[in-house]
Write a protein that binds this ligand. Structure first.
Ligand SMILES: *Cc1c(COP(=O)(O)O)cnc(C)c1O
Length: 491
């Protein structure tokens, strides 16, 4: 019997070592059970729940058993603050190997001159980038000069005066309702406090990025940092153009590719659409389309690398060595040809999902997709995002509500549902299955009626017609059974 070469298939990695992984998980759960049975039970239940649901959350995926197993070791027990070969603790020789291998894979995979594997999450990667850019570009006065004891005591006016003392640093990022991220200068995040922020949006008619308007905003505002990247924009971005704009106004181009790093790694986004050669600093998560462990990465051009390298202890605590090890394993997987096939399938499947919606009369923000995201405007079904999200969940379809440009229902109720293809593509779903997903979603939304409240807003309440949830559950169960999560893995 000859084994199929793993690298030529688009199947999720793991099937070829499923028996060994099953034995490892059975043993691990038995050990956990002997200490705290409720945790073993919740862990088992989580696998069952993930196997049984139609996961369309655009920021989620399924990491391979190799990636997951790598996180459960004694690498977690080591303190290793500092950088490779220069730690504040003794005995870091093995962590040095782990971090070097992770950084090497990241540099090779993305063609970056420098990679930093320590950030614990995407937000942390952005914090490292902000501080690295400030440290490289701004002559800041000593902290004592700022005259504040506790950051928590600062009012809005204090923040403004603090920014003024630092030179009133400006950040221009994509607006939240156009698909930007909280860390790109919005109030609920530190980035919205420490920077004087302004945002660029999308064209109200087409929903597409308007580069001329962006350039005009940059010329007028003169940001220190121009942030590219998004969480809910269903189109590709021309990063060469963003760099031109940044250069014209003297800004540092920072691209946050947290959502679409898998499409960059998988060479679906190349040339002007690949942010890494164009951005001064590129940040990402490792757990979304990149399909690795929960964590972050920073890639940088040489002039920023010294400052990025001081991410710990400047803004990060001790590195999670077990997670850096898992990043190295995931990045090694992403360097296989099979990952490129996977990434292409993620994009093809998003097109199939979008076409499935359009041919059934639904309205999509920007009229379609050319990445892994589809943003459905649910106002055409007479629903808010909140009602649609809950009704879909009742039918076993897991999504999240999302603002759409100029959202009439605001950021809480919203008018959109965001769909993503990375997770179900990992399970093996193709164009046929995604067309069926569109059919099921439209079935649910057509059978959802908003409840009229006698008083106050009724933007959350709805009724789902009898039999809808059962019908959709049955249809998705069939597709899920044909495309098992972690095939061959038994607990
Ligand atoms: C998800 C995301 C983040 C945050 O990642 P965490 O790991 O949750 O901190 C940052 N930026 C963008 C654009 C994202 O989509």
């Amino acid at each position: 019997m000859t084994a199929e070469p793993v690298t030529s298939s688009t199947a999720a990695p793991g099937a070829e070592y499923a028996d060994t992984a099953s034995a490892a998980y059975r043993a691990a759960l038995q050990v956990i059970e002997s200490v705290e049975p409720r945790i073993a039970a919740a862990t088992r239940k989580e696998l069952a729940d993930q196997r049984d649901s139609l996961k369309l959350i655009a920021s989620e995926n399924y990491a391979s058993p190799a990636v997951l197993l790598t996180m459960g070791t004694w690498l977690s027990d080591k303190y290793a603050e500092g950088t490779i070969g220069h730690r504040f603790y003794a005995g870091c020789q093995n962590v040095d190997v782990v971090e070097s291998v992770a950084a090497e894979h990241a540099r090779e995979l993305f063609g970056a001159p420098y990679a930093y594997a320590q950030p614990h999450s995407g937000i942390d990667a952005n914090l490292v980038a902000f501080w690295a850019i400030l440290a490289t570009r701004v002559e800041a006065p000593g902290l004592a000069e700022l005259g504040a004891k506790h950051v928590n005591d600062l009012s809005e006016t204090d923040w403004e005066s603090l920014r003024n003392k630092l030179g009133n640093q400006r950040l221009l990022g994509m607006s939240l309702d156009a698909g930007g991220h909280l860390t790109h200068g919005f109030r609920p995040n530190i980035s919205g406090k420490m920077f004087h922020q302004r945002s660029y949006g999308t064209d109200p008619e087409t929903g597409l990025l308007d580069y001329d308007k962006l350039a005009a905003a940059a010329r007028e505002f003169k940001p220190l940092i121009l942030v590219g990247g998004y969480s809910a924009y269903p189109r590709r971005v021309n990063f060469a153009k963003l760099r031109e704009i940044a250069d014209e106004v003297g800004a540092t181009l920072m691209v946050d590719m947290a959502h679409f790093a898998g499409l960059v790694a998988g060479k679906v986004f190349t040339g002007d659409e690949d942010p890494v050669p164009h951005a001064h600093v590129t940040t990402t998560t490792t757990h979304k389309s990149l399909r690795g462990p929960r964590g972050g990465l920073v890639l940088a051009q040489p002039e920023y690398s010294d400052a990025v390298d001081k991410g710990c202890p400047m803004v990060l605590g001790g590195p999670l060595s077990h997670v850096m090890a898992a990043k190295a394993v995931a990045l090694a997987e992403a360097r296989q040809p099979s990952f490129q096939a996977y990434a292409q399938r993620v994009a093809d499947n998003a097109k199939a999902l979008a076409e499935g919606f359009l041919k059934r009369g639904a309205r999509l923000v920007t009229g379609g997709t050319d990445n892994h995201i589809v943003l459905l405007d649910v106002t055409s079904f007479g629903l808010t995002g909140r009602q649609a999200e809950s009704a879909l969940l009742d039918a076993g379809v897991v999504t999240n509500r999302n603002s759409i440009p100029a959202d009439p229902n605001g950021a809480w109720y919203t008018s959109g549902i965001r769909f993503g293809t990375p997770a179900l593509t990992t399970r093996g779903f193709g164009a046929t299955e995604f067309d069926r997903v569109a059919e099921l979603v439209v079935d649910v939304l057509n059978n959802t009626t908003p409840t009229q409240a006698s008083s106050g807003p009724s933007k959350a309440k709805y009724t789902l017609a009898d039999g809808t949830a059962e019908r959709v559950h049955a249809a998705s169960a069939e597709m899920l059974a044909a495309n098992p999560l972690y095939p061959g893995l038994t607990l």
